[in-house]
Design a protein around this ligand. Structure first.
Ligand SMILES: [Zn+2]
Length: 392
């Protein structure tokens, strides 16, 4: 059983997720005596977290007053990808007020990238999005020590190892900052406002350049001892498979990921097995996973097979995870989610066939509901948790 959460935290989260609520309704929803609620509300209004928002419609008798999160609360959400940076400023309800997206190269190193993040935040401030930030949540494309707020030996992020990301952002903006990996923040986003809304046990699988998995157990993100739980891309699926970027052989992501699919596509185009890909290669000079998706939707047999092969391998790994963790949902997201129904059908068929019936009796395998917005939403939700917890 979960330890009961403090009242202020339940109250702030409820207002974050529901918006404006009357005092009377709050007392009902949280099942606490009205005097206790009123005292807590008064304290949180005084501390600047909650504001009065007029009168509620009458429920008979005295009209109750409405409260909402202080409309001046501001969170920054930063989602760093291998080749992109997304910066959002949200209000207390995590609704975006301003948003910027840019192409970038994470390999430029932390000083260059975080300097750009600060410039984008300064731009948002100059445009009137905020006066001061209450918290920052940031996701990075690599393993993170959640406790220390630093990336740890991230394979695609040279120069970032143990760089003090949290400390730098906290110092620059004078507010708490939280650092997590990109997959976890997507999972958090999906639970806040996507298909996994309020689902306590689920897996969020990100298929992009690599493959990773965000794990929600009993309503909390499970990060493991060192913060690298869910690094499923390096589970071996073929002991005779190709070399992986990690130095091992036959890892899942060496066989199926954006990078692997682009490589397979080039081989198929040059080998003459896929006329559709050969045509695209001749026209553009290069192929990506998106070309495979498009050619598959046009009925190209080789492309359909590539996606099915990938789905089968990923499905095999997920079947193991289902037996291990017994989640109530699997969400598929990331750039390759657009491989769509062929991929989903293959994953479902393997997971349902290979896991025990009890674990899959009611196990939806679905696409992300937020798509590219999952990371930003999750980063804002992650950031908001810190001031909310401290509001006592
Ligand atoms: Zn590997």
């Amino acid at each position: 059983m979960r330890i009961a959460e403090p009242l202020h935290l339940r109250l702030l989260r409820l207002l974050r997720d529901q918006g404006t609520v009357s005092r009377a309704e709050l007392a009902d929803r949280l099942e606490i005596p009205r005097p206790r609620l009123l005292a807590e509300l008064e304290r949180l209004v005084g501390a600047g977290y909650i504001a009065e928002a007029g009168m509620a419609a009458s429920r008979g008798g005295r009209r109750s007053t409405l409260v909402e999160l202080n409309p001046n609360l501001r969170f920054a959400a930063v989602d760093l990808g291998a080749s992109s940076v997304d910066v959002e400023v949200t209000n207390g309800r995590l609704e975006p007020i301003s948003a910027y997206t840019e192409s970038t190269d994470i390999r430029s190193g932390p000083k260059v990238i975080l300097h750009r993040v600060n410039e984008l935040l300064a731009k948002a401030k100059a445009d009137g999005a905020y006066e001061r930030l209450d918290a920052i949540g940031i996701g990075v494309p690599g393993p993170v020590s959640f406790r220390d707020g630093v990336p740890v030996s991230p394979p695609i992020m040279p120069g970032w190892d143990r760089f003090p990301v949290r400390e730098l952002l906290t110092r620059e903006h004078g507010c708490p900052a939280v650092v997590d990996n990109d997959v976890n923040i997507m999972a958090i986003g999906e639970r806040h406002g996507g298909v996994a809304h309020s689902v306590d046990d689920f897996l969020f699988v990100k298929i992009g350049t690599g493959i990773g998995c965000g794990i929600y157990l009993s309503g909390e993100v499970y990060r493991g001892t060192d913060g690298c739980a869910g690094d499923i891309g390096h589970i071996q699926v073929d002991s005779h498979g190709p070399m992986c970027s990690c130095g091992n052989v036959g890892c899942l992501e060496a066989l199926f990921s954006g990078a692997a699919l682009a490589k397979d596509a080039a081989l198929a185009a040059r080998g003459g097995t896929s006329p559709a890909l050969a045509e695209r290669l001749a026209a553009k000079g290069t192929l990506t996973a998106r070309d495979v998706a498009e050619a598959a939707s046009e009925g190209d047999v080789t492309c359909i097979r590539l996606i099915r092969d990938g789905g089968r391998r990923l499905g095999g790994v997920l079947a193991g995870l289902v037996s291990f963790a017994n989640p109530s949902m699997i969400v598929i997201g990331g750039g390759l989610a657009h491989l769509g129904h062929i991929l989903l059908a293959e994953i479902r068929s393997v997971v349902y066939r290979r896991s025990l019936p009890l674990a899959t009796g009611n196990l939806p395998v679905v696409l992300s509901g937020l798509g590219p917005r999952a990371g930003g939403t999750g980063a804002a939700a992650l950031g908001s948790a810190v001031p909310f917890e401290q509001a006592c």
